[in-house]
Structure formats: C-alpha cells, structure tokens
Design a protein around this ligand. Structure first.
Ligand code: ZN
Length: 199
C-alpha cells in the first residue's frame, strides 16, 4: 500500500535531528490543520535552498556563490586558517571579534562509529586549501569532544610533515564542550591561549 500524503509528510519530517515519530506527527498535523500557508512557504523555501545553496570552494561553508564573501574579503589575514566543525562554530569564532584570519569548515568530524573517516570528511580538500602557499598557521578549533580531539590529532599528523604551523585552541572550552554553547568571552580566551600541537 502506498503511504498517504499525511504519512509521507510525517515520515519526511523525521529526517530532522531530534524529531521522533510523535513530534513528526504533531508537526504534520499542525501544518495541515493550522498553518497551510506556512507549510507552503516551508516547502518552497526547502526547494529554493536546495537549488541555491552550495559550498564555498575555499572554506567549504554554505554559500550561494562559488567563493563566499568572507573568503573573498581583502581585509582578512590570508596566512591563518582556522579549522572548525560547523558553520555555527565559525559564527561563534567571529563573535569573539578576536580573529581576523580565514576559516575551513569541515562540515563534520571524524567519527568511526558513524562511518565518518578522513576520506568521508574530505580532508584532501582541506589539505589542498592549506597548501595554497599563503597559509602559515592552521588553528584547530574542533570541539573538545572525543571526535573533535581525534579530528584535531589526525589533521595535525597530516599537516606537520608539510611544514605548516599547527595550533590548537586552549582549553578555555570545557571538556566535552561544544563551541556552539560556549560564551564568546571564553572562546576568545581559548583562541588567544592556543598552543602548538604535538604531532
Ligand atoms: Zn569561503
């Protein structure tokens, strides 16, 4: 039996993080019963975004142009590259106002349990970015979680032999903490107190 429109909608909503069957059902009922206009807007916005949003060829963050505005800015320091896990983390670093360099957004982390290794994470692309001849220091600002640490270790081992300076933001960030939930003062301190990484 083919699923009804409502069933397909409920199933589709479950692709959102943290949404189980009950929440999906509640959201679907709400959209169909109380907010059909909102539902239409949502559907159109998803389709439009899918079409328009790409990844910046230099920093890998979401962008609607080939090179994002930040990467294209002549005001940013081209010699420092800060590696973060997500665009949210990049925004957090920006909010510290303590950083003027460029970024590389991994869009994830090494996580063997989820089947994400260096290849799935696309670390060759990071490598290519770092070897542009301008980057002198890579600041690793991955989370202080097991996966974030593993990712930092892997990138350090990958870049050190290439003669690139690699630093890690200091532990002003709590252990097990995610950048997204750290206040900008703490993050600014962590950035200032970054240390060289042992290979
Ligand atoms: Zn960019």
């Amino acid at each position: 039996m083919t699923p009804t429109g409502l069933e397909s909608l409920i199933e589709a909503l479950r692709c959102l993080p943290g949404i189980g069957p009950k929440s999906a059902q509640r959201m679907a009922y709400h959209l169909m019963q109380r907010d059909r206009k909102g539902a239409k807007r949502l559907g159109e916005a998803v389709l439009h975004a899918l079409d328009a949003v790409k990844h910046c060829l230099r920093c890998n963050t979401f962008s609607e142009t080939e090179i994002c505005e930040r990467c294209a800015s002549p005001k940013r320091d081209q010699s420092v590259l800060c590696v973060v896990e997500t665009p949210v983390d990049m925004n957090m670093m920006e909010q510290t106002l303590a950083y003027q360099g460029l970024y590389y957004v991994l869009m994830g982390r090494i996580s063997p349990l989820d089947g994400v290794g260096p290849r799935e994470l696309g670390l060759e692309q990071l490598m290519a970015r770092v070897m542009d001849g301008l980057v002198q220091e890579v600041i690793l600002a991955t989370n202080y979680t097991n996966e974030g640490e593993a990712t930092a270790h892997y990138i350090t081992a990958m870049l050190k032999p290439k003669g690139i300076g690699v630093t890690r933001i200091a532990r002003g960030v709590p252990v097990g903490g995610e950048l997204e939930y750290v206040d900008s003062g703490t993050l600014a301190q962590a950035l200032r107190e970054r240390k060289a990484c042992a290979a």
